[in-house]
Design a protein around this ligand. Sequence first.
Ligand code: F0G
Length: 460
Amino acid sequence: MADLELTDDVPPEADDGVWLTCIECGETFAPFDAIRYTCDDCDGLLEVRYADLPTFDEFEGRGVWRYNAALPFEEGVTLPEGDTPLHRVPRLEDDVGVDALRVKHEGMNPTGSFKDRGMTVGVRVAQEVGVDRLACASTGNTSAALAAYGARGGMETLVLLPAGKVAAGKIAQASLHGARILEVDGNFDQCLDIVQDLAARGEAYLLNSLNPFRLEGQKTIGLEIMESFHADHGEYPDRIVLPVGNAGNTAALYKCFRELVKAGAITEDQVPKLTGVQAEGAAPMVEAIEEGAEDTTRWDEVETRATAIRIGNPVNAPKALPGIRATGGTAVAVSDKEITAAQRDLAGEGVGVEPASAASVAGLRKLRREGEVDGSESVVCLTTGHLLKDPDAAAEAGAEPEPVPNDTDAILDIIDDGSSSVGKSVRRQAGKVADSPSLPALVAGGLGLAYLYRKLRSKR
Ligand code: F0G
């Protein structure tokens, strides 16, 4: 069983207070002397550990590297990333019926997803261990981030994608940033199997979230949420709801909170309840939570419109499941229909996200409806990727464009004919301005300025 307790013992392998620990057998390793992704002895997942853990007052600057006191390096290969908005969404908050709801929009990172936080650290580690070819399997966002950060770091990038199952925006990014794109006739989990084989044969440095350094970058999502929610609301959130694919973020957030507790920055009862959301067609984590299992059972057949989380074998489950349980959270599955409805809800607040991201809001709605989430709770929903990542899904969820004649009167007829109350009120306002006595003054003022400007120019 995974042991995620942070101890005070610093092993002799530690390099500048940083080392790797196997969460299954406890074996420790030097962080950068060799390339490894899992334990040499038992193949368990590795976790980055530190001799010193910072409190909030040790952080300065902006973005991911504001938190360098909690990371293995002072700085990384940066674009820069992090420092994403924590949106207020008052109508949605009311509608869902919780005390406070905020949306942490990770789609505002440089390549449009949270993956950038992992890559700024991961590509820095790749430089440290001296590799020149980076690789990942991806449902799309990881490939876009790897391609951009690899390009920035001057390294070759190779991405393996499930053919026909990656949204257009993501392939465009990977392609333009210069990744070699291999489309596999298989699903994401099978792509990851192959990338792990390539990495084991020394052909490429693996930058999926199996790489423990990626999760170090991603834990800064938790640090930002805690800092900004506290600044905005005067306390920490009761719950964080997030979409789950490979369960990297869930694992990273739990690590963030364990480290904050260990450092004495927060108490155990201030740790938010980690609540994972999956699509009904790809929900092995939900199944494991419901069955009280220690690990997930691989789903060979997965399907969802939220292609980013079309994953049947969440590799970080042994780190994430204890996190959901220890924080008092839960996991829930939602339908594609509920995901699309939540995508529209967010868009109605001006927050544009891709389908997988909207799963967090869909899950919160469902848990609230079922009474699992209380109306007195303060909640942060994580939205992981930008609307433009999947333009086809956005167009399907949005309103149809209307073909109209090339003629103002005909267009006026059409918009008056429909329910365009907005159009009418805009024209009423325009009418008011035209009738208003202050208009001549405005025109005179404008003419006066134009006159002055011409005079000044002619003097040059
Ligand atoms: N949301 C989005 C938009 C994602 O792209 C992913 C994962 C997740 C959620 C799930 O996060 O794996 O940490 O549980 N995308 C990966 C990729 C698998 O290849 O881009 P997780």
